[in-house]
Design a binder for this molecule. Structure first.
Ligand code: URA
Length: 440
């Protein structure tokens, strides 16, 4: 087979066979296909697309390019949750202990943040001593004993995706639907869980800017998961403004702990309950979403979810006393208020701008190698629909460098769109894509 011929085929809109796709992905992983030919292929895919069968083949080939976790040693049906990435998205930190406390094993592989989006692994490392470098044996043991483990993706989990993602990142080919679906689902399938619930974000702080595109992406991923034999469902949620009030690693951890104490922001809890309901229903723990939500609420009120989070932090080597006493998290040198330039209603807060401001403070990575400052971030006092007086205190920037802090204050102020008309309520859950019944 020659890569040249495959590029030519795809350029002309022809279908690639299963054999061709597998040969291409395995050869690329082994450095037998140069980046310049693979870039031509990804660009051809951007223009002519992949059909469902080709997208499934691409996903399975990327999954098979490395190790797959064997979760057969875990008792019960295992669940995983994945977000397509957003700003202020600390959902896993609150959702996973609730689900685990309700008896569904959560065996989760997570990533680090890149660019303006945050990552669960960085947030968990706010607990001194916490490790996500778990051996497969320890990972399975923790899931069996406390029903929850979160590990960093190992270097050999879908290595084809790692290589391809880095290439797409620099060739303007990230936002192609089949390539995103294949990238996400190859990692989820290699992680081995029986249930996959996807949180597909839409809005200014998401890859998918429109609901229509988010729905297409969600539907493709649900079809891929189902064809691969997994119970898969998706929830499309709003990312037009940051999720919750806190953006920045330790600020988000504190907010997630507050949520487990019954004090979570309304928009954030809406997303937690929507995703959790899907998992509990697919796992057979609840008949309806409403019943599932009541179970989750009781689990928070009883303190079981917060206790589960503390047990999980301790089981992965972290100092669990921070869960009970969040003032222990490090403070920044500067706390800088952001004031509203005029009176009015908050119409929107550009999520990408807030994420970028946090990254510039040192809270996010500009490159994979960047080290990050876990204490910096932004706290949004006013969110969409809220009213502010002129010069009202709308947000606080937490910085360790005065000049960076001042630049962030300006960015945050500009991210707010304040208008004279009252803004209506925007539902967080835009749409749900139910799982598809598998044919026997
Ligand atoms: N997240 C991924 O893992 N891959 C993509 O292509 C986009 C978002």
């Amino acid at each position: 087979m020659r890569m040249y011929d495959l590029i030519e085929k795809k350029k002309n809109g022809q279908e690639l066979s299963t054999e061709e796709i597998r040969w291409m992905i395995f050869s690329y992983t082994k450095d037998e296909i140069p980046d310049y030919q693979m870039s031509a292929m990804t660009m051809a895919i951007c223009f002519t697309g992949l059909n469902d069968r080709e997208t499934l083949d691409l996903t399975l080939a990327m999954k098979d390019s490395g190790d797959c976790l064997n979760l057969s040693g875990i008792e019960g049906v295992t669940a995983d949750k994945h977000s397509t990435g957003g700003v202020g998205d600390k959902t896993t930190l609150s959702l996973a202990p609730i689900i685990a406390a309700l008896g569904v094993p959560m065996a989760k592989m997570s990533g680090r943040g890149l660019g303006f989006t945050g990552g669960t692994i960085d947030k968990l490392e706010c607990f001194p001593g916490f490790t996500t470098a778990l051996s497969e044996e320890k990972f399975i043991k923790n899931v069996n004993t406390i029903k929850l483990a979160i590990a960093a993706q190992t270097a050999n989990l879908a290595p084809a995706d790692k290589k391809l993602y880095a290439l797409r990142d620099v060739t303007a080919t990230v936002d192609q639907m089949s390539l995103i679906a294949g990238s996400i689902m190859s990692k989820k399938l290699a992680s081995g869980s029986d249930i996959i619930v996807l949180d597909v974000k839409t809005g200014s702080g998401a890859f998918m800017k429109t609901l229509e595109d988010a729905q297409k992406l969600a539907e493709i991923m649900v079809r891929i998961g189902t064809m691969a034999g997994k119970k898969t469902a998706a929830v499309i949620t709003d990312m037009d403004e940051p999720l919750g009030n806190a953006v920045g690693n330790s600020l988000e951890v504190i907010e997630a702990i507050e949520a487990l104490s019954g004090n979570g922001p309304k928009d954030f809890m809406e997303v937690v309950y929507a995703l959790g309901s899907k998992i509990l229903v697919l796992a057979g723990k609840a008949q309806t979403g409403r019943e599932a939500q009541q179970m989750m609420q009781r689990c928070i009120t009883s303190g079981a979810a917060k206790q589960k989070f503390a047990d999980f932090v301790a089981a992965q080597g972290g100092d669990a006393s921070y869960v009970w006493d969040t003032v222990k998290f490090p403070k920044t040198a500067y706390e800088m208020p952001v004031y509203a330039p005029q009176a009015g209603y908050i119409k929107s807060i550009d999520a990408q701008d807030i994420g970028t401001a946090c990254m510039m403070l040192g809270g996010g990575r500009e490159t994979k190698e960047s080290t990050i400052d876990l204490s910096v971030g932004i706290y949004l006092m006013k969110k969409r629909g809220g009213f502010t007086e002129a010069k009202g205190h709308i947000a606080t920037v937490y910085a360790n460098d005065r000049a960076k802090g001042e630049a962030a204050v300006k960015m945050v102020q500009e991210a707010y769109n304040i208008t004279a008309e009252a803004a209506g309520q925007v539902p967080m859950v835009k749409k749900t894509i139910p799982s598809i019944q598998m044919q026997k």
